[in-house]
Design a protein around this ligand. Structure first.
Ligand code: FHN
Length: 574
């Protein structure tokens, strides 16, 4: 059984179809609150928080909730963890309150993960908080009640894959499928979740037909419930099906480069690298990165489900609290640019992202712009009625025109940092000229500078990201994805790349092709995804002067993610 991260998930828009037996519900109305919410909290909590990624004195690789599988722990050795699970500091009000503080409008909590342990008083098994642990509290009850009290929508995660249940594989699977349906029925009837978030659907015993039936069951029990596409086989790449039950797509640990136009989708992401609490995992994403990812996702029409992993004591890690509070401060001022917004009408914006509301464009400025420079809004034909920083709505910012582009003088509001949001009131619906990437010409020294922002990215995963105020090409997690520039070149050039790569992914090969010429590099370990280094890649020659394509693509030895690429330079050989 492979951890899904080993599977190549080519996330393409699956065809959602509600099976014929579904009651005809006005789906849009059912989905409206979810689409407007944009931001939710994922909670991975179970007895795996007891070892917290450590086993027999060693840190186990990978996410901590997979420890039973990754450390190959026999069930008899894993079961005693339940007796050690007694989270005396668990406080549903605090956790739900943290979601609210962060500006999150819904939460999804694990009721049963792959280890089969149930975080409620399950009818059909004693492998739960009442039967196998001293905790004897109904986590689903306390969390669902608290969500209703605080006005947060309540969602339940349920794993189809079950490592402990004796019938959850092989010829007895139909018996397990009945157990599963019984548990899902129990969860919906007892806690009335607004969302059912299935997972572990990749097992071969689980079929699209079983998914359709389970989706039908959920909608019959609660017609306005929202169910993710992992109820069936919709998470393409793990057993594609032509049509798949489910109401939204679920890209994981990634933001599809162009979103999934025409479909509801939600990116789920860890705060560090583990879904469950992991003692040794200190790779926390900054609040700046969270804010920029939230804006990026909303600018593509998606939702962001950001995970926390409470400890075996029931505490939320301080690092998560600190960052969620910072995100919440930003949301207090800028929430209008996220909630109930629509996707950007622009192609790629080099300085940030755009979200939309009726008669309004919200410009999310991630890049550092100097106070005396102008922000270029490419190809915007609309008349601009007013421009102001969202944080200072009374401050009108001067705008002007340069050809087809709108210029906004950001003045003292120019700054580097999480995300400065400008609010542009426009006349009519957005009307934007698609600006094709330009041919890059040499600078005064004859150097061709190919920046990440100017690349055309081909593929479903690769995309630009802004780290520390500079753009790089990242999420290069598919060997088919590549970056391309059109340049005006002639003669021989030495090639340099400014790149970053963490130790675990170093060693892959990158190919740089210029017209018919190419050179290759082995991507070095630069220390992390954010430590950039210049690497010399050799020389290429352009036979015929004039426009030519430069392509950077993965080569041999691809190790899950190629590199983060900030810039390619072609330096003329004298
Ligand atoms: O295997 C799980 C993993 O532990 C985690 O729950 C994620 C969250 O979406 N889902 C599966 C991996 O795709």
């Amino acid at each position: 059984m492979l951890h899904p991260s080993f599977l190549t998930l080519l996330f393409v828009a699956p065809l959602f179809a509600t099976p014929a037996s579904q009651p005809a519900m006005p789906d849009d109305r059912r989905m409206d609150w979810w689409r407007q919410a944009r931001f939710g909290m994922f909670i991975h909590w179970g007895i795996y928080s007891v070892p917290a990624g450590e086993w027999k004195g060693k840190t186990v690789d990978g996410p901590s909730e997979w420890i039973m599988h990754t450390a190959q722990i026999p069930i008899a050795e894993y079961e005693p963890l339940a007796a050690r699970f007694n989270p005396k500091h668990f406080d549903a009000a605090k956790i739900v309150g943290l979601a609210r503080t962060a500006g999150m409008k819904y939460l999804v909590i694990t009721s049963k993960h792959h280890d089969g342990f149930c975080m409620w008083d399950a009818k059909e098994t004693e492998w739960d908080v009442f039967g196998a642990s001293p905790f004897h509290r109904d986590v689903m009850r306390e969390m669902s009640d608290e969500c209703r009290k605080q006005g947060i929508r309540f969602g339940v995660y349920y794993s189809i894959m079950d490592w402990r249940h004796p019938d959850a594989r092989g010829e007895n699977f139909p018996k397990y499928a009945e157990y599963l349906r019984g548990q899902v029925t129990e969860l919906i009837e007892n806690y009335s979740p607004d969302i059912l978030w299935f997972d572990g659907e990749w097992i071969e015993e689980w079929t699209p037909a079983l998914g359709d039936d389970l989706y039908a069951l959920c909608r019959e029990l609660k017609p306005d419930i929202i169910v993710n596409n992992r109820v069936g086989k919709g998470r393409v790449g793990m057993g594609p099906s032509k049509t798949s039950a489910g109401d939204f797509g679920t890209p994981e640990q990634e933001i599809p480069a162009r979103g999934i136009p025409g479909y509801d989708w939600e990116t789920c992401m860890t705060f560090n690298d583990s879904w469950g609490y992991k003692t040794a995992d200190h790779n926390w994403k900054s609040s700046e990165r969270i804010i920029q990812m939230l804006a990026d996702i909303a600018s593509k029409g998606g939702n962001f489900l950001l995970n926390i992993g409470p400890t075996s004591d029931g505490e939320v890690p301080a690092e998560s609290i600190e960052r969620l509070e910072e995100v919440g401060e930003w949301m207090k001022v800028n929430g209008d640019s996220i909630y109930a917004t629509g996707p950007s009408p622009f192609g790629r914006l080099s300085w940030g992202r755009c979200t939309t509301a009726p008669g309004v464009l919200y410009l999310h400025v991630f890049s550092t712009i100097s106070p005396d420079s102008m922000l270029v809004v490419p190809g915007l034909r609309n008349e601009v009625l007013r421009a102001a920083p969202l944080e200072a709505p009374a401050t009108v910012l001067p705008t002007s025109r340069q050809g087809d582009d709108l210029l906004v003088a950001t003045g003292p509001y120019a700054r580097s940092g999480a995300d400065l949001v400008l609010r542009l009131e426009i006349a009519g619906a957005p009307d934007v000229i698609e600006v094709p990437p330009t041919t890059i010409r040499a600078d005064g020294e004859g150097v061709l500078q190919l920046r990440a922002d100017d690349a055309t990215l081909i593929g479903d995963r690769v995309q630009t990201q802004i780290q520390g105020g500079q753009t790089d090409i990242g999420f290069w997690t598919s060997p088919e994805d590549f970056a391309r520039w059109e340049v005006d070149a002639a003669g021989r050039y030495s090639v340099e790349l400014d790149l970053a790569c963490q130790p675990a992914n170093a060693g892959g090969e990158a190919i740089i092709r210029v017209g018919g010429s190419e050179c290759r590099i082995t991507v070095p370990d630069t220390g992390s995804w954010t430590q950039f280094r210049t690497v010399k890649a050799g020389t290429i020659s352009v036979q015929a002067p004039g426009p030519v394509l430069v392509v950077v693509a993965p080569g041999e030895g691809f190790t899950g993610a190629l590199m983060n690429l900030r810039e390619v330079r072609l330096i003329p050989e004298r």
